[in-house]
Design a protein around this ligand. Structure first.
Ligand SMILES: [Zn+2]
Length: 476
């Protein structure tokens, strides 16, 4: 790999954390703001988020949900209503104590999540079984006062969608919870080319106030896991705390069964750390703001620019195409768009025009392909699809290579050091074992996967009988 082209980016194997920081800033995804732990999402980063957001939003609407908007502030008394919920969030909320120079009679919380606001609203609008289900979603920013922060992965303020639904029965709520988990898995696997493990969180790791939390977990290049989307089944806990009741068909008063589910700008961090390489970002075509960047060669020569712009117009019908006709050198442009992870570069110069051809360069493999003009459209569409599936397969292969089995704590520890990644191990279900594993290895339980395997009969920690297989990993 031509190291001299990527002077600005630290090599991944040298320092993965620094590589990540270099990529997010040098590829123009973000800038830092003067508020600690906050980030400015720049146009390129926001275009990427917009694409992801559109894919999620489309699926949310296709599954029958409606978008709404809740206020930014939550009165303290409202947050206090559900005990587990407030305990879970209290350490990381930001408080508003003054309006102008006047101290507020009641402090306000800047929303860390909007459960309680939805609950307050649902109490007002749900009365009869005819009002159910309520399938609401909001796109918003939330604030969590995190101690250590990293762009996209953990920031004081982040963007997300939060779905909040209310149902007549427990079965309906459970069906919704799993349906939305599958929506997240679909976006991650098919748009972002990130393979996921679907499963349930342990009691310790579940959401504050939830009965069940389901998660999609993905594995980064460095072998750490990232929780990439969660879906919660609340049962009637919130409904009881907030008094959300409806009259059923027999005229009896019942509590509603609720769910919530969220997908955040964190997935951009996942995309960077799953697909990126020493040259920078690698963006799967379906998520890429620009899928094809045209770089004219010897563009001062007569006809080159006209030809390049014609190509941009004609190919614009089948792909998201841009052109860099600035007076910067082609070598600079190659480097820049490789760093930005644009899936395909199209080079065209006087000789190509004469030979009725162009050169396509794949970002994922850096392979150069000469394509004749009469086949260009068709070949380009096929190439984008091939890059998409190649990235997915590569990520899946990496995850498989980085997934081990452990039957003792010593083995678990050894595997994590020798080959960081997912460790499959049996667990007895005791919190004490989960905590000991974390203390001894700094790995956390990622999920109890839906696809179970019996890798042993005994708990990896205490050696007692165990029938649940859990994925363990160090995580972001
Ligand atoms: Zn145990």
């Amino acid at each position: 790999m031509a190291k001299e082209f990527v002077k600005d980016i630290t090599a991944m194997d040298e320092d993965f954390a620094q590589w990540y920081t270099d990529v997010v800033t040098k590829a123009d995804l973000i800038d830092y703001s003067s508020v600690r732990g906050s980030m400015i999402i720049r146009p390129y980063g926001f275009a990427l988020w917009d694409n992801i957001k559109n894919e999620v939003d489309r699926r949310i609407k296709e599954t029958g949900h409606e978008n709404v908007y809740m206020p930014l502030f939550i009165p303290e008394s409202l947050l206090q209503k559900e005990k587990d919920h407030v305990e879970g969030f209290a350490p990381e909320v930001a408080w508003v104590t003054h309006g102008g120079s006047e101290e507020l009679a009641e402090r306000l919380v800047v929303r860390p999540t909007s459960e309680v606001l939805f609950c307050e609203h649902y109490k007002n609008i749900i009365h009869s079984y005819r009002d159910l289900p309520k399938l609401y979603n909001q796109w918003a920013n939330v604030v969590r006062w995190e101690k250590t922060t990293r762009p996209f992965l953990r920031t004081l303020e982040f963007l997300w969608q939060e779905g909040h639904t209310a149902h007549a029965t427990d079965e309906d709520a459970m069906e919704e919870t799993i349906k939305m988990l599958n929506v997240y898995a679909d976006v991650l696997e098919n748009t972002l080319a990130i393979p996921v493990v679907k499963g349930e969180k342990t009691e310790k790791e579940k959401f504050a106030g939830a009965k069940h939390t389901f998660t999609v977990e993905s594995l980064m290049h460095d072998g750490k896991a990232l929780q990439s989307g969660t879906s919660h089944h609340f049962g009637t806990g919130f409904a009881e705390a907030f008094g959300i009741q409806y009259t059923d068909k027999d005229g009896k008063l019942q509590y509603v069964h609720q769910t919530s589910w969220g997908f955040t700008t964190r997935v951009i961090g996942a995309l960077i750390m799953v697909h990126g390489d020493d040259r920078g970002l690698v963006i799967p075509p379906k998520a890429a703001p620009t899928q094809v960047m045209i770089v004219p060669i010897a563009q001062h020569k007569e006809g080159v620019l006209d030809f390049a712009y014609d190509l941009k117009n004609s190919l614009g019908k089948v792909a998201r195409v841009d052109i860099d006709a600035s007076d910067k050198k082609p070598g600079w442009k190659f480097n820049e768009y490789e760093m930005k992870g644009i899936p395909v570069r199209l080079e065209v110069g006087p000789k190509d025009i004469e030979n009725k051809q162009v050169v396509l360069v794949r970002r994922d493999t850096l392979e150069k392909i000469v394509v004749s003009m009469d086949q260009l459209e068709e070949k380009l569409v096929a190439l984008l699809e091939e890059i998409q599936s190649n990235l997915y397969n590569k990520a899946l292969k990496h995850r498989e290579e980085r997934t081990s089995v452990a039957t003792t704590l010593a083995e678990l520890k050894e595997s994590l050091e020798a080959k960081p990644g997912f460790i499959k191990a049996m667990w007895c279900g005791e919190l004490a074992c989960e905590e000991k594993i974390k203390e001894d290895t700094s790995a956390t339980s990622r999920c109890i996967p839906f696809e179970q395997e019996k890798v042993s009969d005994k708990c990896v920690c205490c050696g007692k009988d165990a029938d649940q297989m859990v994925y363990w990993a160090k995580a972001y």
